[in-house]
Ligand binder design. Structure first.
Ligand SMILES: C[S@@+](CC[C@H](N)C(=O)[O-])C[C@H]1O[C@@H](n2cnc3c(N)ncnc32)[C@H](O)[C@@H]1O
Length: 252
């Protein structure tokens, strides 16, 4: 059996907890690296020994440490342009492993995290996994749209929203990732969060692909006061991830 994206994301391992050997096999078969799935600052054998467990789907969907670290640094590089005393609430409406949120919290000073996860099994495992970490994350089970109606965030706190919903069929390798066709659409998420927290300074960090559908990017940028696209170099050219940083309510 080959431990690849198809088996873990869409095949029999999707909703199964992986053994350490399977996590390492996925790294070997798909990326020639048994330590590929680094999470929360640890190699697979280190996190597995601490009782951390993930489903097949989460191994594919998660942001691994090298990318999480880069995203965290880039988010912090803009967040620190707000006045020195600013405190931050970082929201991840699509938590998955919570690893991206963890890295943002590691890099952004005076920050605390709120996250939502729809899938019961992913939620249960992540809730358990993040318990012993050195950053505080409040994780709630449910649909982000309902849960987002709730959190009241003190008016003097700035908000950072990390936007990485499942891409579904939104990625077309020729035209690029259509930000209006993810599930739910990234454009809707940004509008919703922007409306709810309209009195706050907001920094959005949207996970994108190296190739983004230009019309969808333009539409998204028009919703923001300032924006900047940053693409990473962790994978082969043309297959990299990046983030669109963007603000509402302030200009860096
Ligand atoms: C691409 S993964 C996120 C990966 C995450 N950034 C990480 O570092 O692991 C998307 C996650 O969002 C969850 N999800 C999908 N739709 C959702 C919704 N409407 N509300 C909350 N969570 C949702 C999925 O179950 C999945 O775990």
């Amino acid at each position: 059996m080959v431990y690849d994206r198809a088996l873990l994301l869409h095949g029999s391992k999707r909703n199964e907890i992986l053994t350490l050997a399977e996590v390492q096999q996925y790294g070997i078969d798909s990326f020639a690296d048994p330590h590929y799935i680094r999470l929360y600052g640890m190699t697979p054998s280190e996190w597995y020994a601490r009782g951390i467990r993930i489903l097949g789907r989460t191994a594919v969907e998660c942001t691994r440490d090298p990318l999480g670290d880069r995203i965290g640094r880039d988010v912090a590089s803009v967040a620190i342009l707000l006045p020195a005393h600013t405190t931050f609430t970082v929201i991840d409406p699509f938590a998955g492993s919570c690893n991206t949120l963890y890295w943002i919290l590691r890099h952004v000073p005076r920050s605390t995290g709120i996250a939502f996860e729809l899938d019961r099994q992913v939620y249960d495992l992540t809730k358990h996994n993040i318990r012993g970490l050195d950053r505080t994350i409040s994780l709630t089970h449910g649909d982000y749209e309902l849960l987002m109606q709730d959190p009241h965030i003190q008016a003097d706190r700035a908000i950072i929203a990390f936007v990485a919903p499942p891409w579904g069929t939104a990625l077309d390798e020729t035209v690029g990732l259509d930000l209006r066709r993810t599930t739910p659409p990234i454009t809707d998420i940004i509008q919703g969060i922007g409306r709810k927290y309209s009195g706050h300074e907001i920094l959005f960090a949207t996970q994108v692909y190296e190739k983004v559908n230009p019309a969808s990017l333009e539409e998204l940028q028009a919703m923001l006061d300032w924006s900047e696209l940053r693409v990473y170099d962790l994978n082969a050219a043309g297959r990299n991830h990046g983030i669109l940083l963007g603000t509402r309510g302030w200009n860096p």
